[in-house]
Ligand binder design. Structure first.
Ligand code: PLP
Length: 459
């Protein structure tokens, strides 16, 4: 196999969904109606939807078979036990608490351990994680290594935690104010960049020094394990499940969105070893999600996740997955389009600050670029910049850490020709980048504004 240069999609397509083609004029109308917020578009008006890789993957024949097998018993369903076995095979935590999404796991975890006066460090908190931390009155602190803060700086593990900064932070605040340390693998908001096992061990040592628990935000654990196998000395011959278990062994718990590396359309879980926290979490689970053997999920969803977890650690799948993301990124970089480098696991992140230096952060260069990609070619990406991260809990606005547009690749959905089309459209938008203008916000909520804010183009 290795002698061929073309890495093919390791699957055949047995069910198709039509894509409806639209014109630039139609898309301009859709943009106006949507208040220039791509979350407000009808998905049927999108040609290539790279808004997110969350819940948008194509399920396998075996997953659909699992959906049929799903047992909907309220308590103790066989589907629950298949889910539990599949989760604990990779993450042998004592308690597994199923939720309808990752953010429900976060909400429960931080309700138990958060609160005002507390601070929760991470390499980089994802937007829902940060919002759930802040909702309890706690502070969400990002301590990614310096390399991870610069789009074009090359580093094999750009998602790593800055260990010195973490140690200094805990010392300054006092360990009592830090209920848990989080590490996001891969680092979604920082460009889908991996975290090395060496770095995780370093975080573990610091946690041990202050007797603090370490939790993984493990949404893309399989992609992270693949990067470890490729890039970290000593892991080339280790199996992916082995590497995942080594990551898990360094942690005391995890939050997970099954919409990512469980290749399911819905689902998540909170897993942990601490009995007291698990009791408190289960009580909250029953209040807002459901009974502990289904959480927020149907039995059929538990089956899809159980099977997805077996498929996502397959090396043929991961080789294709990581290679196809790099294929898009490398083609754009070769065309001189600024991207976060090296190319991450699940997405290519365009550097809107570098491409649109004439648009200041508070005029949302990422939003301007995302809108242009939709207008030009019907491609829907996602701003990860000042719109997403520029608003503080007190309502003041400041520039986000970077101005990115994320082109997230749904798992097993698009083929190489779809991606070639994306490359062509991005190149064409980049050629005319100087003509793009910024936006202003005309309506926004207090939290997670990127989902619902409405915009107006600046003249
Ligand atoms: C998607 C995601 C979440 C939240 O999961 P949902 O299932 O969307 O609620 C949390 N952390 C990271 C890193 C994510 O990518």
């Amino acid at each position: 196999m290795e002698q061929w240069k073309t890495i093919i999609e390791p699957f055949r397509i047995k069910s198709v969904e039509p894509i409806r083609m639209t014109s630039v004029a139609e898309r301009e109308g859709h943009l106006r109606e949507a208040g220039y917020n791509l979350f407000n578009l009808h998905a049927a008006d999108v040609i290539i939807d790279l808004l997110t890789d969350s819940g948008t993957g194509a399920m396998s024949a075996e997953q659909w078979a699992g959906i049929q097998r799903g047992d909907e018993s309220y308590a103790g369903s066989p589907s629950w036990f298949r889910f539990l076995e599949s989760v604990q095979n990779l993450f042998p935590f004592k308690h597994v608490i199923p939720t309808h999404q990752g953010r429900a796991a976060e909400k429960i975890l931080f309700s138990v351990v958060g609160g005002s006066g507390k601070a929760i460090p991470s390499n980089t908190h994802f937007d829902t994680t940060r919002a759930n931390v802040e909702f309890t009155g706690a502070e969400a602190v990002d301590l990614v290594i310096e390399e991870g803060r610069h789009a074009s700086v090359i580093h094999p593990f750009k998602g790593n935690m800055d260990l010195e900064a973490l140690d200094a932070f805990i010392r300054d605040r006092g360990a009592d104010a830090v209920p848990v340390v989080m590490v996001t693998v891969t680092n979604n908001s920082g460009g889908g960049q991996p975290v090395s096992l060496e770095n995780l061990r370093g975080v573990r040592e610091i946690c041990d020094r202050y007797q603090l628990p370490l939790f993984l935000d493990a949404c893309r654990f399989a992609e992270n394990a693949w990067f470890i196998k490729q890039r970290e000395a000593g892991y080339a011959d280790r199996s992916i499940p082995d590497i995942v278990r080594e990551m898990a062994a360094l942690a005391d718990g995890m939050t997970m969105s099954a919409k990512k590396d469980a290749i399911a359309n819905i689902g998540g879980w909170l897993a942990l070893n601490d009995d007291g926290w698990a009791d408190a979490a289960r009580n909250l689970l029953i209040l807002t999600e459901g009974f502990p053997t289904y959480g927020g999920l149907a039995g059929r969803d538990l089956e899809a996740i159980a099977q997805g977890l077996r498929e996502v650690v397959d090396e043929d799948y991961l080789r294709y997955r990581i290679r196809s993301t790099a294929y898009l990124g490398e083609a754009l970089v070769e065309s001189g389009i600024p991207c976060v480098q090296p190319i991450g696991g699940h997405a290519v992140y365009l550097d809107a600050a570098a491409l649109l230096p004439h648009i200041p952060p508070l005029q949302y260069p990422g939003q301007a670029l995302a809108i242009a990609l939709y207008r030009e070619g019907g491609i829907r990406g996602c701003e990860i910049g000042t719109v997403m991260f520029g608003i503080r809990p007190d309502g003041t606005e400041s520039p986000g850490p970077m101005e990115l547009v994320r082109l997230a690749i749904p798992r097993r959905v698009y083929t190489q020709s779809h991606i070639d089309y994306v490359i062509e459209v991005v190149r064409s938008v980049a050629v005319d980048a100087a003509a793009l203008r910024g936006y202003r916000i005309v309506e926004q909520p207090a939290q997670l504004r990127h989902f619902t804010a409405r915009f107006e183009p600046l003249s």
